[in-house]
Write a new protein. Structure first.
Length: 673
């Protein structure tokens, strides 16, 4: 008997594809994108096309395990679930009794974005609140940009990406669409068929930049200056939308004074772009309606990242693009989704401290007695890799890792709990790059003794004798609660149809009824920002590398770590075929930087700074400008030469807002191995 089971991709990607699993005799034998879904349109990416193969990989973790060797050795013995739960419950009880619940750090990542099993919802949160565990600030991805957009628009939410089909000018700003969210490209192609002009603004000439009409190879961390320079040209052209400015914005005269400080000549010096290119794009922006801007998370991973998104969001306020279908900024659609997440915050008996995801190396001190990792691989994905490794060697640190594969982080666990994969559990998803909810129905039984995240916490709560009723809610009960505030979308409907569009207009134009800011207007100047110690008026905040790269003779190269075409963060970092296609850890270097250092194309080199070093194979390329190098992320340290990846060189610093990550704000040098 053959069945067609509807589901959704769980990975940290804006597209959150709707998929179909073909099941025959209880086995998943086929996977494809759902042809009926308006955004997925039948296509998956090169990574997820291998997902079924990945679920059957030889190194899949299928049973609970206990460490028998030194921390970091990856030496374990198989134990039963009863043994594992007994060990874990006894240690958690002891830690809470002797040190308080705050001694537990529940370290959750974005390995799945599900609202039931993953980081978007309540998975484990109620359990940790009952114990009084420390809060976990999941800041590694998008928080600086979120906060910057909130200062301007009141929300990170913006355009429906499908309306890019209606745009006449499209700015792909710091986003490699064809690698990280390729389904948007279909709508860009629709726009092009109607005469739209596509511009890629990126430090790297990516796959996407190759396909653009115009490419601007900007210096990393200077995007806010470019935004101001473009608006300077708009003012020169007299093309600001005065009616929109008067009716829908706040603080225009203050912001206008800031714009006038950034003429194209000054911006060219800051950004490394040609003045005539800045002026040409500014003129095009001034006279092309609607203009749609796609800006994603990469461009805000530096010390001025929040300011960059704050100013980019101001552009359609000046040009009036927010009034048009196909106009505005698309960053994340998550805030448009009216799901009701009940994390059980009322279960906390007293306030607890918050520990920050990207500060693991510095905050994993003696006050933390238990590190519980799920949906995350911090030794592969988090800054200051060497210090994290040293901190996780502590024998008094009880470490539990819920995982599917033997990552570097698993090697440091005391107890490993086997986790289900997406074809084996139910979940509810929304794409942060589109306007749909998706249901994932389990297609097959869990492999081995794997359990879903929710079932693991239900069993652990029972083992510990916890009596809070909400800890035992079934997945379907959790889903019903999540959907209780979603007009027209019921659980029954989702399970039958697999997906549903949010209850919004089509085409969707945000902010037609005002902005969710204190003033109800787009705010070029913000009292809220001033109260938080930030500039009242949106302005350029340079990254550290933009401030110091040309003056730093010891580490003069600006390194960024873009997404790989063959992995998603460190997911698929152990897939043999995708590893082969990636050609190993690489660092792209311009010939002008390679020659004086004696670097040879295809040969290994050391990339280093004061924080650490890693080994990568040199790729001499004009895809990066002189002074900039790029080392794609996602490689597992233990599968890389030298046992490290680029995060060994990234130190623990924060962006200007939201304590955001600074992966692209890094100075290094390179030498032949």
């Amino acid at each position: 008997m053959e069945l067609r089971i509807l589901g959704a991709c769980p990975l940290d990607c804006p597209d959150t594809c709707s998929w179909e699993v073909t099941v025959r005799d209880g086995q998943a034998v086929g996977l494809r994108g759902n042809r009926d879904h308006p955004y997925t349109r039948g296509a998956l990416c090169v990574k997820v096309n291998r997902y079924l193969e990945h679920t059957r990989a030889h190194d899949r973790i299928l049973h609970p395990m206990r460490r028998v060797g030194p921390k970091g050795s990856g030496e374990f013995e198989r134990i039963s679930w009863d043994e594992a739960l007994t060990i874990v419950s006894d240690r958690l009880t002891e830690i809470v009794r002797e040190h308080g619940g705050e001694a537990i750090w529940p370290y959750q990542g974005t390995g799945t974005l599900g609202y039931i099993q993953g980081s978007e919802g309540a998975a484990g949160r109620r359990f940790w609140n009952v114990l009084g565990a420390s809060r976990h600030h999941l800041n590694i991805c998008s928080t600086a940009g979120n906060d910057g957009l909130r200062l301007t628009n009141g929300t990170p939410a913006g355009m429906d990406p499908e309306t890019f089909a209606l745009s006449r000018l499209i700015l792909l700003w710091g986003t490699n669409t064809l690698t990280s969210g390729h389904h948007l490209w279909k709508f860009i192609q629709d726009a092009r068929a109607n005469g739209a002009h596509v511009v890629a603004i990126d430090p790297i000439r990516t796959r996407t930049a190759d396909q653009a009409d115009t490419f601007l190879p900007i210096r990393p961390g200077t995007d806010a200056a470019l935004a101001l320079g473009l608006l300077n040209v708009v003012l020169e052209e007299g093309a600001e939308d005065t009616a929109y400015l008067e009716e829908h914005t706040l603080g225009w005269e203050e912001f206008k004074a800031e714009i006038l400080r950034y003429p194209p000549a000054r911006v060219a010096e800051i950004t490394g772009l040609a003045e005539e290119d800045i002026r040409a794009l500014g003129v095009r922006l001034a006279h092309t309606r609607p203009t749609g801007i796609r800006a994603t998370m990469g461009l805000q991973r530096h010390e001025g990242g929040g300011a960059a998104l704050r100013i980019i969001a101001c552009i359609p306020g000046v040009t009036g693009d927010w009034r048009h279908p196909g106009g505005g900024v698309a960053y994340s659609t998550t805030a448009h989704v009216p799901l009701k997440v009940d994390s059980g915050d009322h279960l906390l008996r007293e306030p607890v401290r918050t520990l920050t995801m990207t500060r693991l190396a510095g905050q994993l001190d003696e006050s933390v007695k238990c590190l519980w990792v799920y949906g995350a691989n911090p030794l592969g994905s988090t800054p200051d890799q060497n210090r994290i490794r040293a901190a996780m060697r502590r024998e008094d640190l009880f470490t539990v890792v819920m995982e599917q594969f033997p990552t570097d982080t698993v090697d440091y666990a005391d107890i490993v709990l086997p986790a289900t994969m997406q074809t084996e559990h139910m979940d509810l998803h929304q794409g942060y790059g589109h306007m749909y909810l998706m249901w994932n129905e389990p297609a097959v039984e869990p492999a081995g003794e794997c359990l879903s995240t929710t079932e693991t916490f239900r069993r652990l709560a029972r083992h510990m004798g916890l009596t809070e009723p909400s800890l035992y809610d079934s997945d379907l009960e959790i889903a019903e609660g999540l959907l209780s505030g979603t007009p027209g979308i019921t659980l029954d409907r989702l399970r039958k149809e697999g997906w549903a569009r949010l209850d919004v207009a089509d085409p969707f134009v945000p902010f037609t009824d005002g902005f969710p800011t204190p003033s109800g207007r787009l705010e070029f100047a913000s009292d809220h920002a001033a109260a938080a110690g930030l500039p009242r008026v949106a302005g350029y905040v340079p990254s550290r590398t933009a401030r110091t790269a040309r003056a730093d003779r010891e580490y003069p190269l600006m390194m960024i770590t873009p997404a790989s075409h063959t992995s998603l963060n460190t997911t698929f970092g152990n897939n043999p075929e995708l590893l082969r296609r990636s050609k190993g850890p690489r660092v792209l270097v311009n010939a002008a930087d390679a020659e004086p250092r004696g670097l040879v194309d295809g040969e290994p080199a050391q990339v280093f700074n004061r924080t650490g070093r890693f080994t990568a194979y040199v790729e001499i390329s004009d895809r990066v400008r002189p002074g900039v190098v790029a080392a794609p992320k996602g490689h597992w340290p233990k599968l890389s030469p030298g046992g490290a990846n680029p995060n060994a060189t990234v130190d623990e610093r924060d962006a200007d807002m939201g304590r955001g990550a600074i992966f692209h704000d890094n100075l290094v040098d390179i030498a032949p191995l």
